[in-house]
Design a protein around this ligand. Structure first.
Ligand SMILES: Cc1cc2nc3c(=O)[nH]c(=O)nc-3n(C[C@H](O)[C@H](O)[C@H](O)COP(=O)(O)OP(=O)(O)OC[C@H]3O[C@@H](n4cnc5c(N)ncnc54)[C@H](O)[C@@H]3O)c2cc1C
Length: 368
């Protein structure tokens, strides 16, 4: 067992693996330790937006078409109305979480990352990390241990600016995708989103503020989905997860930096969590190379700004059905508005263009 390394990554989920690969690309010796065994599954909407795919490509990772399913854009469905638009910067991909994890593990192995599975990290040490009694000395330590991060706590970084919690439940169904979009169905105080993940499989996620709400019960409020899923066999068990909105005061302390969900989260409704992790990983590795984490704090905040704004905007539609239906009618009266909102969502539109779009949308909502 190695006792010294340049970078020790705690957590081998998407964020940890992305950081490990990005650090290896800059020539560092990297160890990743995870308490679980790959391929690691996690309830997730399994949608990779075009900006997320681009970030993965920088890490040398492409998802082969035969293990994923493309989607050209997003479709909103609410109360008998629907609106859709294509991404301006390429297609998204739906990919099973276990498949994505296997591909990232293979890339990390090929890049020369040392991977320790079934190896929970038990604490931090002034010079590195603790694996039980053993100390592994490391110049940099990365906390990529997810939303319930212990590293965050150990490093004294557990101070949030804002924390909202929603509850998600995910299940797969064996059925051919009926749409070339990722779909977001709006219901009474909840949303269901549907991602095509294979030619014969979809991923369905329910998100709401009610921890007791379950897919089978709530589906009855979504007649279009009920019709689509009639006769479709579930191909996985329903699994729950927390979807939190959490912004940390600081994302590093000394030699320890947080990345991915450990470093803060945006509501799952954005489908941007993976992309955010991959981008943070790139910047963090640049900071290791520069010998200072100061820039990481600043860029981390900048990266989170757009997804956080989009989450807030999208969740205003959850406020009142009548308001949402007005917005849907406004989008319907000028479909370019929805297209521009989507472009903003995936980073293809500037904040200035967005402000202009917001004004046009506001006007249309008032007159809808
Ligand atoms: C319901 C839902 C739907 C979502 N849908 C989408 C979507 O469609 N698109 C998208 O881009 N994002 C989506 N997201 C967000 C995305 O899933 C997360 O941002 C992403 O999983 C973050 O990865 P991570 O590596 O930070 O954390 P995780 O995937 O949670 O990985 C953390 C890892 O750390 C390990 N670990 C924990 N403690 C220790 C320890 N002490 N020692 C060693 N290992 C440890 C765990 O075993 C785990 O493997 C969704 C999230 C939710 C909740």
């Amino acid at each position: 067992m190695m006792t010294t390394t340049d970078v020790f990554v705690i957590g081998g989920g998407p964020a940890g693996l992305a950081t490990a690969i990005a650090a290896r690309q800059r020539g560092f010796d990297v160890v990743v330790a995870d308490g679980a065994q790959p391929p690691i599954d996690k309830p997730c909407g399994e949608g990779l937006m075009p900006d997320g795919r681009a970030a993965l490509e920088k890490l040398g990772i492409g998802i082969p078409a035969e293990v994923a399913h493309p989607f050209r854009g997003i479709r909103f469905v609410s109360g008998g109305l629907s609106v859709d638009a294509s991404f301006p910067n390429g297609a998204g991909q739906g990919v099973r979480r276990t498949v994505l994890h296997s591909i990232m593990v293979a890339r990390a192995e090929a890049a020369g990352v040392s991977l320790l599975w079934h190896t929970p990290v038990t604490g931090l040490h002034p010079e590195g990390v603790l694996l039980g009694e053993q100390i592994v000395r490391s110049r940099w330590v990365v906390g990529a241990d997810g939303g319930h991060s212990l590293v965050r706590h150990w490093a004294g970084l557990d101070r949030y600016r804002y924390d909202r919690t929603r509850f998600a439940f995910r299940r797969h169904y064996r059925v051919s995708p009926w749409s070339d979009c990722m779909e977001l169905h709006w219901g009474p105080s909840c949303q269901i989103y549907v991602t095509p993940v294979a030619a014969d499989e979809i991923c369905v996620v329910l998100i709401s503020s009610d921890p007791h709400l379950r897919l089978d019960v709530v589906l009855t409020a979504f007649p279009e989905l009920v019709a689509r899923l009639r006769g479709a066999e579930p191909s996985s068990a329903e699994r729950g997860a927390i979807s939190a909105t959490r912004k940390l005061h600081r994302v590093y302390q000394g030699r320890v930096a947080l990345v991915g969900d450990a470093s803060g989260t945006v509501d799952a409704i954005t489908g941007e969590g993976l992309c955010l992790s991959f981008r943070q990983a790139e910047v963090l590795a640049e900071c290791f190379a520069a010998g200072s984490l100061e820039r990481y704090q600043q860029v981390h905040r900048e990266l989170a700004r757009r997804p956080a704004l989009m989450a807030r905007l999208m969740l205003t539609l959850d406020w009142k059905t009548s308001f949402r239906q007005r917005v849907m009618r406004a989008f319907g009266s000028d479909p370019r508005l929805f297209g521009r909102m989507l472009a903003m969502h995936v980073g293809a539109l500037s904040p200035m263009d967005f402000a202009t779009n917001g004004l046009s949308l506001g006007w249309r909502v008032l007159s809808a």
